[in-house]
Design a protein around this ligand. Structure first.
Ligand SMILES: Cc1cc2nc3c(=O)[nH]c(=O)nc-3n(C[C@H](O)[C@H](O)[C@H](O)COP(=O)(O)O)c2cc1C
Length: 335
């Protein structure tokens, strides 16, 4: 796990990934980083994850979800992203940094959110353009890669799920056209592009599961795929499980393996990894990269300090974020 690994045109220092985690450290409406955003990310960079996927950055105001989230919706935002990248690289010259591009769709804050079953083709084409422009900003700001957020009931993940997407036209769930169009548009920007992919909705009777995720992975060419799932389906299968479940998405990895898709591109699996021993289960299954979210809120130095501080999965971090506060670990006594 402490060996290097190549993703697209860059190399990561090791196999540990910081999975995107909204920190709630930007201005309320406009998504501009505050000082604590920069402080937070410098410390994280010093902890030597190989790939640091920042936090969901909204590509359009209409796609903003929650408060104090990061924006990448205007050219003005480039300077803030560039500054963050520069100070992270000054703290750790091996760090590789990814910008997660998000459109919240129906979960957005705006009054007239984009409803996937009512959207017109023109609405979707506008979204494609917004992702493309955001990717261009990410490139100008100096990121190593971008990641399309197609998980957790955000816009892209709803369009690939037959639970949410009831359309029968070319945007029907089984054709994943919006995700495909966004990928193609972002590809023109010439920056490596990965995806955080919903691989199981856990909703009985609906087909967004490991098999349908495999269809998408087989059909589209991403530079890396991060396996995720859950969301607003069954509570015990939430993306951010409170219990002690480890390695939630092993069944997806097994399906990828069975379909010879595990080696098609680099795969990151995130969800229920607390330490390097847990991660070994995934490495043993042939997964090259393991993602951590809550663990790194608890202890962003755990890869180098002996892992003294345990995350108890109380989920106060996400509760605070939902209340419009900073998503810090309550055990660390910071906000
Ligand atoms: C406070 C908080 C904020 C999160 N924000 C994001 C986000 O911005 N983008 C995303 O894809 N996932 C987000 N997640 C989900 C995590 O990336 C991860 O998929 C999930 O927490 C499971 O991993 P873990 O068991 O290592 O925490 C967030 C999770 C938490 C706890």
């Amino acid at each position: 796990m402490f060996t290097t690994y190549k993703i697209a045109n860059f190399e990561v220092e090791n196999r540990s990934v910081r999975s995107a985690t909204a920190t709630g450290t930007c201005t309320l409406q406009t998504g501009i980083p505050e000082q604590k955003f920069y402080d937070f990310y410098v410390s994280l960079a010093r902890g030597h994850v190989g790939l640091l996927i920042q936090e969901n950055a909204f590509v359009a105001i209409k796609g903003q979800h929650g408060s104090r989230r990061l924006g990448i919706h205007t050219d003005e935002m480039i300077q803030y992203h560039r500054k963050a990248n520069e100070i992270m690289r000054a703290a750790n010259d091996k760090i590789r940094i990814c910008c997660q591009l998000t459109h919240a769709g129906p979960n957005g804050n705006a009054e007239n959110t984009l409803q996937i079953n009512e959207a017109t083709a023109a609405d979707f084409e506008e979204v494609v353009q917004q992702f493309k422009e955001a990717a261009l900003r990410a490139k100008k700001a100096g990121y190593d890669c971008v990641q399309l957020h197609s998980g957790h009931t955000y816009l892209l993940s709803q369009t690939i799920s037959d639970f949410y997407n009831k359309r029968t036209d070319e945007y029907r769930a089984s054709d994943f056209k919006l995700l495909r169009d966004v990928l193609e548009a972002v590809r023109t920007v010439d920056i490596p592009v990965g995806v955080k992919l919903q691989c199981d909705d856990y909703i009985e009777g609906h087909s967004m599961n490991a098999a349908s995720a495999c269809k998408i992975i087989s059909a589209l060419k991403f530079d890396f795929v991060e396996v995720t799932g859950g969301g607003q389906g069954v509570a015990k299968y939430s993306t951010i499980r409170a219990g002690k479940d480890q390695y939630y998405y092993r069944h997806v990895i097994q399906e990828l393996k069975a379909q010879n898709l595990l080696d098609k591109q680099p795969v990151i699996v995130t969800g229920g990894f607390e330490n390097v021993e847990d991660a070994q289960m995934a490495f043993d299954d042939g997964v090259p990269l393991v993602g951590y979210s809550r663990k790194l809120l608890r202890n962003d130095q755990f890869l180098i300090d002996g892992d003294a501080k345990k995350c108890v999965r109380c989920n106060q971090c996400i509760i605070s974020l939902g209340q419009g506060k900073t998503a810090m670990c309550s055990l660390n006594n910071v906000e």
